[in-house]
Write a protein that binds this ligand. Structure first.
Ligand SMILES: [Zn+2]
Length: 709
């Protein structure tokens, strides 16, 4: 087959781009393009080479792992090669791989966004710690290991078993998301580019020559330079100490007879190495898909970032049969979730005024797809954050969107600046009402518009909040309706809301049908929904008042302790502070709120309009699970995960997420993984769904009787 010149040219172009990205990424720990862009380039090259196999050369990026060694550490040739994994990006591609490898038991594990390392143990003692590098040769970072708490220097002996003479342990060092944010704040505080993801932060942290730093400290000539170096050394040491490790493989293992990947993990765990509790061996394709679906849902609740799931054929014999391609094993695949970090251009920063008057800079960015939706705006939290992150208008930035939270800017790509970027200047006056902006207290990081009563932005924000699902759930009261109600002067503030009439609504163009001035559907919907909202539980009403620090969970705690608004109104700070779920800050905020006459007027108007002000006391039901800890795992037909938890807690029990010897019952549904195994291992009573219902309805004794049957 003749290869078109355009294909050849595109191939060359792709190789240049990929190599450049790899250099920036691996050598400098500073990516210039996002993971998703890299994956797209790599994918395009792979497809091109698949179509025209003659284009494949030995030095093609598809034939190597990437990540040649840097200059700072000594080289280390891994006793056995550290492979890279092939990626798939869709269920379809994954199914194609599963079909290709055939029937097996599969081990599924999370692909942590960290840095691959190889730890070599000789007779149980750590000899070398190295980065993956090119896969054949990495960097020996053993001199840093004394600062790292996550890598054991000695393995724990297993009874009746000698340590393997030589053991290579593969794993991932990583930062938790909390530590990643911390590290980025430190980095940007000194004017450097933020790390794009936890993996780069881990790489940047691990690849610091601590021994050189100690040396330079000893030779510093002046007190001030010594102090500065000492500070830097401490910071670097602390950062290394915050690294975590999860091990996920074994290379050379002399004197060990291993049957399966999962068997290896069990040994690693017993030797005291950190393995993941989320590893699961599944017997079917459906099991693999379920695992991927489950963690796709949970990924934003984990303590660390993951970018996918790794699926491995569990049996080592079967692994050997399948073998390797030039760059990756055939018996493993990485399924990648849609990326959560992308690179885009920061077009402008404007300020927004929230419902509590808080002024936040909001970045508008070039629209970009991230985690399944198009993002055009991102938050920068407060003006200090803009300065701390060092972002300028016009910068290329890394942006992260995790779950349902508002996308945030991680930091600029300083290397790509061309001089046209400009600093953001915080306005001194409210863009909506012209009031002078200031922090409420000198120590506050937040700047506020003090015009709480009539600043249009705050009023609008409060109305929208009140209508939202988590509060009074008033369909028809969204951003547009709130704006129309205020701009057309249908209401002065939220106090007038529940006494709204059809005639009043008809004065606003937004709520009528064109020239006929007949009431539109949205107006009828709003009136019905307002009527329904009036009888919703008191905690929702409290939540709707937009007191500072009082979100729905706090409002629930308040309503439990004060099921009557008139009692809450006169409650003192000390009375409030003793309630569980309310602290000093919230107590003060509530008292302060009721001290404002126009706030009380709002409550009075609502009461007059028939909004609920007193909760009937509902009997919580017999607490038949008091003192019991119950774990639910797998899927149940009659209960959602939350529903099962609620059923336990409403009966006085504790719904726990992990199994221990203190677990009283483990409820196991289809698709349950390691927790079920753990329960068996610890001999905890295991109930099926029917047994769970018995437990909920008749208590622990009946559940034990059910098990004995
Ligand atoms: Zn204002």
């Amino acid at each position: 087959m003749t290869i078109p010149a355009t294909a050849r040219a595109r191939r060359d172009e792709l190789v240049v781009h990929i190599e450049r990205a790899r250099t920036a990424y691996y050598q400098h720990d500073k990516p210039e393009i996002s993971d998703a862009e890299y994956d797209a380039l790599f994918n395009e090259l792979t497809q091109l080479e698949n179509k025209y196999p003659e284009l494949v050369t030995a030095d093609s990026p598809t034939q190597s792992v990437g990540g040649e060694v840097g200059e700072t550490f000594g080289e280390f040739t891994h006793p056995s090669k550290m492979w890279s994994l092939d990626n798939v990006f869709s269920e379809e591609e994954l199914r194609a791989w599963l079909t290709r490898v055939g029937d097996h038991e599969f081990l599924c594990e999370l692909k942590i966004d960290g840095l691959a390392i190889n730890a070599v143990y000789r007779n149980g003692e750590l000899e070398t710690l190295a980065t993956r590098g090119s896969g054949a040769v990495g960097e020996n970072v053993i001199s840093n290991v004394s600062y790292m708490t996550c890598v054991p220097q000695k393995l724990k002996p297993i009874k009746g078993q000698a340590f393997p003479e030589l053991l290579e342990v593969r794993g991932e060092v990583y930062f938790s998301l909390a530590d990643f944010d911390l590290i980025n704040l430190e980095v940007t505080a000194v004017g450097r580019t933020a790390f794009a993801n936890p993996r780069n932060a881990a790489a940047g942290t691990l690849r610091q020559r601590m021994d050189k730093r100690v040396e330079s400290l000893a030779t510093s000539k002046t007190d001030s330079s010594r102090e500065k170096r000492d500070e830097e050394l401490t910071r670097a040491g602390n950062a290394l100490g915050r690294l975590g490790l999860i091990v996920h493989g074994i290379g050379v293992h002399e004197g060990l007879d291993l049957k399966a990947q999962s068997h290896a993990y069990e040994l690693l765990r017993q030797w005291g190495l950190p393995t993941s509790s989320r590893v699961r061996v599944v017997k079917s394709v459906q099991g693999v898909l379920d695992y991927i679906e489950e963690f796709g849902r949970l990924r934003h609740e984990l303590e660390h970032d993951i970018d996918g799931v790794v699926v491995k054929v569990d049996s080592l014999d079967e692994q050997r049969e399948l073998g390797f391609t030039a760059r990756a094993p055939r018996w493993a695949i990485a399924y990648k979730y849609p990326p959560t970090v992308v690179r885009t251009k920061l077009i402008d920063i404007a300020v927004q005024v929230g419902r509590t008057g808080r002024v936040t800079p909001r970045a508008s960015v070039e629209p970009v797809m991230v985690a399944g939706s198009t993002v055009s705006y991102a938050t920068l939290h407060n003006p200090f954050e803009v300065a701390r992150k060092g972002v300028r208008i016009g910068d290329m930035v890394f942006l992260r969107k995790a779950g349902d939270v508002i996308p945030e800017i991680l930091g600029p790509v300083v290397e790509l600046r061309d001089g046209s970027e400009r600093e953001f200047i915080m306005p001194t006056h409210c863009p909506e009402c012209g009031s002078s902006l200031a922090p409420e207290k000198e120590s506050d990081a937040d700047i506020r518009c003090p015009n709480t009563r009539s600043c249009p932005a705050q009023l609008r924000g409060r109305l929208e909040h009140l209508g939202s699902r988590a509060v009074l759930d008033i369909e028809g009261l969204g951003e547009k309706a709130a704006r129309a109600l205020l701009e057309d002067k249908v209401i002065d503030d939220e106090g007038d809301l529940f006494s709204l009439t059809a005639d009043q609504l008809a004065t606003s163009d937004f709520f009528v049908k064109g020239a006929s001035r007949e009431l539109a559907e949205n107006a009828k919907l709003l009136l019905t929904q307002l009527e329904i909202a009036k009888s919703k539980p008191l905690w929702r009403v409290i939540s709707a008042l937009s007191m500072r620090h009082v979100g729905p969970p706090t409002a629930q705690a308040i309503a439990r302790a004060f099921p009557d608004m008139s009692a809450l109104r006169v409650a003192t700070e000390s009375e409030l502070a003793t309630v569980e779920g309310i602290g000093q800050t919230i107590a003060a905020s509530i008292v302060e709120w009721f001290a404002e006459p126009w706030h009380c007027a709002v409550v009075d108007k609502w009461a007059k309009a028939g909004v609920r002000m007193v909760d009937e006391i509902v009997d919580a039901g017999p607490q038949i699970l008091a003192g019991l800890t119950v774990v639910v795992t797998g899927t149940l037909e009659g209960f959602s995960r939350e529903g099962a938890s609620e059923a336990i807690t409403s009966r006085g029990g504790k719904a726990a997420s992990s199994v221990s010897k203190n677990t009283d019952f483990v409820v196991v549904g289809p698709g349950a993984g390691s927790k079920a195994a753990k329960a068996e291992e610890l001999g905890r009573p295991i109930l099926d769904e029917a047994g769970f219902v018995v437990l909920l309805e008749q208590g622990p004794q009946a559940a034990h009787a059910y098990l004995d049957k």
